[in-house]
Each structure stands twice: as structure tokens, then as C-alpha cells.
Design a protein around this ligand. Sequence first.
Ligand SMILES: O=C(O)CCC(=O)C(=O)O
Ligand SMILES: [Fe+2]
Length: 325
Amino acid sequence: MNQRVNPSVARPVVSERAGITIRRTGVNLGAEISGVDLRHPLPDAQFAAIESALVENALIIFREQDITSDQLMAFGRRFGELTVHPFAPNEGKNAPELIKFRNDETTPPFGTDVWHSDETFRAEPPMATILRATDELPAVGGDTMFASMAAAYDGLSDRMQQYISGLHAIHDMKPFRPLFGQSLEDRKRLQQFELMYPPQLHPVVRIHPVSGRKVLFVNPQFTLAIDGMEERESRALLDTLFHQALIPENQFRHRWEPHTIAMWDNRSTQHYAVHDYYPQRRYMERVTIKGGPVTGVPRADPASIRRAKYVAPEGVDIHGGHKPH
Ligand SMILES: O=C(O)CCC(=O)C(=O)O
Ligand SMILES: [Fe+2]
């Protein structure tokens, strides 16, 4: 792994902006925000401070925010248009943008115990997700894990960073297929969804549109293969890249309390819901904010890499063996 000086270590732990306090809780991602009341519309300056805290910290946490579903949606709409998840349980016609994860002794959680960023099967995956804990939470367990995919990228060797620059990967809605049964009707419905959400090619290394940081943008839930590689090559490379989210230094483990709200920058993180609490109850609400196009980095030019990296030992002519004495 690359052993660089981590610039995040030196950032101040506590900062104040527009009357709100931002306290970092992790080195590579995570910060708690206090001094705001999300029951009311935020003044513009506070909203701007929160927006930049989201990009800087990738995951922001608000504690003791006993807000309604409508207030959650209003808060989300400050950041952009809310999107409707095609497969997640929602409020139907009243509020299709509001996802309700209501897990109890009869409904175990589905499919979120895999590292992922949300909805990368879309042409334009969401820019952020907001998840709200109600007061129905397990007494123990049910944490959510997060990983900084900018730190994940930084931790790759120079060689690997160059190798993956300019590659594209195929993302697919495949994990939702088990939600459909075998009846003719269900198979028709699945086919319609597959036509609506065809597989997407996304760059393996994306540029964060605000911070400009490079981010590793493949995840084991939705990424099937690397475009243009043999299956075995693709599998080996994806295994290596997926592993970056598993490195503890790249992670942050979030513990929920009643009325905690977590918001993550879906462009630069992955997450994993720890399914260790069943059959305890866990009831959460979520809104998702529309994202924009995914921009990648260009393929590294092999000639310029060789020139930049190769330092010839003394007495060696890089264009042809040892210098004559
Ligand atoms: O339940 C959780 O902690 C996270 C679920 C999830 O993956 C999501 O809301 O996107
Ligand atoms: Fe998710």
C-alpha cells in the first residue's frame, strides 16, 4: 500500500462555521455536526457550511434530531431533487421518494449487508443519501459501516493507480432480481425493469465533481466486470479493488442512537449495514438526492509514466545498457 503522509490527519478536529460546530470523528471520513435544528428551514449560510462539510468529511452525522418524514424530505430537497428508488419499499403515491426500512422479527433486512455505493446501476447515481433513525432501534447492533473511496484510491500503489486509470466497469441492477418471483407476470415485470435500467459503464476512477479528488468507483454489489478484460482478469482486478473498502484505516463505523441522522456523499463513499441485530426491530427512513454525470480520469500515457518514474542508476544509459567505459 502507498504510505503517503495523510493530509487529513492535519486538518483541525473541530471547526465552527455559520454558528454550527463540525467535529471530526474519523481521520478519513466522518464528522458530527451540532448547533442546527433540522425541524426548521436552514439559513443559507448554515446550509452552505453543511454542504461543504459533507464534501470534506464524506459522512456527516446529526444527533438528537427528532424530525418528521416531511422535514426529512424538506432537508433533503435543499441539496437537490429527491429520486425514487425503483426497488426499495416506499410510501407509495403519497411520498414515493421516502424509503422506509422497517425491519422486525418478521421482516429481516434485505441486501444492504454488502459493500456498495447507492444505485450505481443508474446512468447518474445519487450524489448523496440521508438516513434517519427513528426511536425503534436495536438495543445492541445494527451499526452502519462506511469507507472512504478517496482514501481507498490513495492507498493503491502508483503502478495500480496508473493501470486502472481510464478503465470502465459494468454496473448492473442484478442484486434486485431475487425480489421478483417466477410467475409469468413477475418475469415480465423484471424484463421491463431491465429495459428501464440497462447495465451502465462507469469509470473505475472517478473525479469528485466538487473536491476534484480521485475516487475508486467500483463496488461488490453492483459492479459485474471490467470492460474489455477477460473474465478471469476482471475478477482478479475487481477482487483487489473491492478489498480497499475492507481496510480498517479507510473505514468508519457509525453507531445509531434514536433520532440520529446520517448523510453520506455517495460519490466518494461506500457503506455496509451490519445485519447482526435480527430479530430486534430497526426502523429507518431514507431520502436520496439525484446525482450528475460520472467523470473519470483519462488513461495514463505509458510513455510519460516511464519517463516520470524511471530513474536510471549511475552508469546506466536508459536507452541501451551500460555506458561504454
Ligand atoms: O440500514 C442501513 O444502515 C443502511 C442501508 C443502506 O444501504 C442505505 O440506506 O442505502
Ligand atoms: Fe445503501
